[in-house]
Design a protein around this ligand. Sequence first.
Ligand code: 9B3
Ligand code: ZN
Ligand code: ZN
Length: 441
Amino acid sequence: MLTKHLAQVLDTLNMKALLIWAVLLNFYKLLKTGDCTSTHDQVLSIQVTTHQQADIVRNMSSQYETVLWSPASPEHIRADTEVHLFVPANNLGTVTDLLKTHHLIYQVLLDNTEELIEMQTRNESSDPRSSASYYERYHSLEDIYYWINKTAQEHPDMVKVILIGSSYEKRPLYVLKLSGRQERAEKRAIWIDCGIHAREWISPAFCLWFVQYSLNFYNLNNDITEMLNSMDIYVLPVMNPDGYKYTWTTNRMWRKNRSLSKESNCVGTDLNRNFDANWCTKGASNRPCDEIYCGQFPESEPEAEAVANFLRSHKDSVKLYLSIHSYGQMLLFPYSCSNEEVPNHAELFELVQEAAMKIRRHYRNNYKYGASAKTIYLAPGGSDDWAYNLGIHYSFTFELEDRGRYGFLLPPSFISKACNEALLALKSIALRVIQKTQPQP
Ligand code: 9B3
Ligand code: ZN
Ligand code: ZN
């Protein structure tokens, strides 16, 4: 009897303790995540409606310690633009106060980017509990170099590694040359580059995905078999190794390469503004501190020069040029550097339209498509425009997933869908280009 009573008393005490504990815990959570006291770096989506608001957000993005995610540069912020802005925790109060003062509508797109970054870099060294394959994870630069070597060793009949140059910090730029087992006299070729921009991690992931798919499904999938039998495929998995490395070690939001400027303390040139296509005109910047800095002169950067040299020496065989970026879900073609239409605009438009339609059907996902200048923004110095002017008249830039939900911090679980979509578009375009460029007997 006594023991029963005692047990009841103890029980109520326990309940009370639990209650107090729960209240304290919630209070603590509130403190940690409360609107104005977030302890996390965030990404805000800001709705810019008027010209004055555009001026404010443009200034804000350059004045405070923030990183513009979309558009790539403040000058592209106009009335009626959706702006994605990364704001470090220590600037969040100031930035959101300013937005509120100017009646700018915003929402928190990502309220804890550190957690997402942790997700992207976790199970790097094959976590045995993870069911995701090697290709459904992001990889460090060292891992990718190791993978290049191993892939070539395991498929000596189909893969050759070509060193095309080195980066500013003297890292090697390796291209994988994929070839089918059928010998043909004059082999045409496809060029694919990934990782021009350091923070666009899905891009190198796609290059790895594509190589793996090609090797596994050669002689099993008709499309890839036909592609590899008629074309050699050159794949550059990371055009900007220094920048990519930097995003893994120091700053996840880095875009440019890592070259030191002579005129200022700022680091990095935008490699996709460094090619010789209306170089450094409107849509690029001559200020070394800007995200879209065009560099000292066209091909001033060793990474851009290496790619340009390789393509110049292979320009007769390369029929299709493809550059992989993120994010935004777009299939783009030249020009970006001019509002002018290229001579085969209609033909290129049909190719991306068909590819986008296939993505819509298979994956229920919408991709925008069209000439870059009209679809994304006017921007000179891009690799696709340069390749086009070199004579590679099937030249494209893909912007992979997503549309801004996660942006550059796309979780690993989305890699397979993003890559399969791009693969479908690539196959669709490549097979058409093979038909169109059939050598005349
Ligand atoms: C930019 C240019 Cl200059 C081009 N020729 N093609 C595509 C783009 C868009 C990418 C960029 O460099 O800003 C998007 Se990340
Ligand atoms: Zn945090
Ligand atoms: Zn990019």
